[in-house]
Ligand binder design. Structure first.
Ligand code: SAH
Length: 350
């Protein structure tokens, strides 16, 4: 599929025609990665952040956030929940928190590897090269760093670099691959100032960069952020602005599956947030094969407010686990077993 065709899909409102897209994506998903839906236990280890991203509720400039960092023992308790629920992976996610030191995290990674069979995904922002190397050596398997948008001007506007440093997530993505990580990236759909052309480029870049897993979620305005407060001024000219809707997010999921059939694609929490009743299922039936149930202790969950009214904030880990597994089974899909490594990566290694 070329860029013109991608743009046609992104711009169409023809619901009959879209059935073809959903069908094609679902078929690509079925034949390339199968019926299994792999579950990743998400642990939001810290909401402390050095960055001031225009879109994100836990940006350093948001003084209304009560900050926390989980202790090593608390993290291990959440990790044990993942083992108990039969998950294959834990995802340790946080703001860009430099209080998470290289050594501290190496110890935790080593503990998880010693005590459990789990794969470990890190999602900790733009960390130093030597930290990324050390964590991989300690046993971390995957790293998740969304490039958010491939429009450099827009990216710079919403994602200011740390003083005296450049922020080049594409460079880091290449390094992650060299270091030996399975590499995850992704975008937000509907960022004010994001055009259809930008979005088509994003999708093509997933393929060009040979990304192993791609997270796609709608941009959800947060009132405690500059972007959330002044959206209207930043929008593209009429007809060019991508809407941050469920439909648009599903189109990007479907097109990504068709272009990169072997990758892992989560049906994201943000998608489940903008359509609480069916968002998750729609993602799974239009190309996604991963769900990331939240295992963060309830008292911290609501403090990790990257966007408002995040789905599953009102539940504990047991409840999320049971609900999500039931949803998957009702859809006629199978709960994944094993680590659920990206078939895209396995394909390369073979
Ligand atoms: N500090 C890490 C993890 C950030 S949270 C990092 O920067 O990589 C993970 C993802 O949440 C981000 O990559 C971003 O795509 C998404 N996110 C942040 N704010 C959001 C918002 N307001 N709406 C939707 N998604 C958001």
């Amino acid at each position: 599929m070329n860029k013109t065709e991608i743009l046609e899909w992104l711009k169409t409102d023809d619901t009959d025609k879209l059935q073809e897209l959903w069908q094609q994506a679902n078929e690509a998903r079925r034949t390339s990665v199968g019926e299994e839906v792999h579950l990743r236990g998400l642990i939001e280890v810290s909401n402390i952040c050095a960055r001031d991203c225009g879109y994100c509720g836990i940006r350093v400039g948001n003084r209304d956030v009560c900050r926390y960092r989980m202790s090593a023992d608390e993290i291990m308790e959440s990790v044990q929940l993942a083992v108990g629920f039969g998950y294959g992976t834990v995802v340790l996610q946080a703001g860009e928190d430099y209080g998470i030191s290289r050594e501290w995290l190496c110890d935790i990674i080593a503990r998880i590897k010693r005590d459990t069979p789990l794969a470990i995904t890190l999602s900790l922002g733009e960390r130093e090269d030597e930290e990324l190397v050390a964590w991989h050596q300690a046993g971390a398997d995957r790293y998740l760093l969304r490039f958010e948008t491939s429009n450099r001007e827009l990216y710079d506007r919403i994602h200011p670099p740390l003083p005296g440093r450049d922020s080049d997530r594409f460079l880091i993505l290449r390094r992650l691959r060299q270091i030996g990580y399975e590499v995850g990236s992704g975008i937000m759909v509907g960022i004010p100032g994001q055009s259809f052309d930008d979005l088509a480029n994003d999708i093509l870049l997933f393929r060009e960069y040979d990304i192993d897993m791609v997270g796609i979620g709608p941009y959800i305005p947060h009132p405690g952020t500059p972007l959330g407060m002044s959206q209207a001024d930043l929008q593209c000219p009429p007809g060019e602005q991508v809407p941050g809707t469920e439909l648009m997010t599903c189109k990007v999921v479907a097109l990504t599956r068709i272009l990169c059939p072997l990758i892992n694609i989560p049906s994201t929490t943000a998608l489940a947030t903008i359509n609480r009743t069916e968002g998750r299922e729609h993602g799974l039936s239009r190309g996604a094969n991963i769900v990331m149930p939240n295992l963060t202790p309830k008292k911290y969950r609501e403090l990790y407010e990257i966007y408002p009214a995040k789905a599953s904030c009102d539940e504990n880990a047991d409840e999320s686990n049971a609900r999500i597994k039931k949803q998957i089974c009702i859809m006629g899909r199978v709960i994944g077993t094993g680590r659920g490594d990206s078939p895209n990566r396995k394909n390369k290694a073979a």
